[in-house]
Design a protein. Structure first.
Length: 333
């Protein structure tokens, strides 16, 4: 049974669930309830007043819609705290408490009296850690799943085309409905779509698109982005071709052999607190299996902030900047 199909069973049993498993509470009237489709499933929510987003992607989508005052707090892993200082939303970060600097867990959410949680599947919601839309629903905490992560959610996930930017637009539109700021969401999404079209037209005019390797971390096996990660779309909008585009996943490990064979012309390093970017650069130059690749030989290594490579409005900033870098380096023309 798909996890969100638990609604019918819960209602039949007289259980009171919320979030992705149900949403509306018995006392709600029709005027109180907001309808959206999330992960292909029709959902009903009350408009949250004590929301908690997990990690940068969800947090900054809410900031972009001016929803800071609707947050009870945020859950921000310690490994990415450094994004705050470089974020255009750093003033907003200062206005909300960090409830936890670890993984998403029930205890901080209950202690904060959260009424709605926004996170992705597996990296955020996780059966292994016991925090899922269903478990939170039993605590009367509503949930919303990041659309980018829905492709492998549930026992029989529906086939979904890999389109991270469209997933971001869907999230922003749904957030606009849930928090009743539809006009803000429409204006934001329309602006982002216009920027995306401009970048795509620019990329389409290129006759040469360089091969690009997105390097997050790892030595025995590199951790990188598949075609379902926003970073892959950033590369394509910049006029490049990700050497791991054929991977049907988001962030995952691969063998070095395939990267060596691809002979990347440019490397994009994901920069966050877990490991200094310079250490990654030193490894790539000195002892990595791709130390003799064109990218390393010609010092075409671009450091990009983590917050610009996870799904969110800032993906277009990263694509614009990377497009300029590829043109200046002579690899995209």
């Amino acid at each position: 049974m798909h996890p969100r199909s638990l609604l019918a069973a819960a209602v039949a049993a007289g259980a009171v669930l919320s979030g992705a498993a149900c949403g509306a509470h018995p006392a709600d009237t029709a005027a109180d309830v907001i309808d959206v489709t999330n992960c292909g499933v029709h959902q009903q929510y009350r408009s949250p007043t004590a929301a908690v987003p997990y990690d940068v992607s969800a947090i900054e989508k809410m900031f972009a819609l001016g929803l800071t005052d609707r947050m009870k707090g945020i859950v921000l892993p310690k490994t990415v705290h450094g994004v705050i200082a470089k974020s255009p939303y750093r003033d907003e970060y200062a206005k909300v408490p960090i409830l936890s600097d670890g993984v998403l867990a029930q205890e901080p959410l209950v202690a904060a009296k959260a009424d709605w949680v926004f996170a992705g599947w597996q990296a955020g919601f996780s059966p292994a850690r016991g925090v899922t839309p269903e478990s939170l629903g039993k605590l009367r905490i509503d949930s919303y799943m990041q659309e980018e992560t829905c492709y492998n959610y549930g026992d029989k996930p529906a086939a979904r085309a890999a389109n991270p930017m469209e997933d971001t637009y869907a999230d922003l539109t749904n957030l606009g409905a849930i928090f009743r700021v539809q006009d803000r969401a429409t204006k934001l999404v329309d602006g982002l779509r216009t920027r995306e079209r401009t970048l795509q037209e620019r990329a389409d005019r290129k006759t040469v698109g360089p091969s690009v390797f997105v390097y997050d971390s790892g030595t025995a096996e590199p951790y990188t982005a598949g075609r379902r990660a926003a970073a892959d779309r950033v590369v394509s909008l910049a006029g490049g071709r990700s050497v791991t585009h054929d991977l049907d996943g988001r962030w995952t490990t691969v063998g070095w052999e395939s990267v060596v064979q691809a002979q990347p012309e440019v490397i994009v390093i994901v920069d966050y607190d877990k490991q200094p970017a310079q250490q990654k650069i030193d490894y790539l130059r000195q002892s990595s299996p791709i130390k003799d690749s064109p990218a390393v030989r010609e010092n075409r290594i671009r450091v990009v902030d983590y917050a610009e490579l996870v799904a969110g409005p800032r993906n277009l900033d990263a694509a614009q900047s990377l497009a300029e870098y590829l043109e200046q380096s002579g690899t995209a023309r």
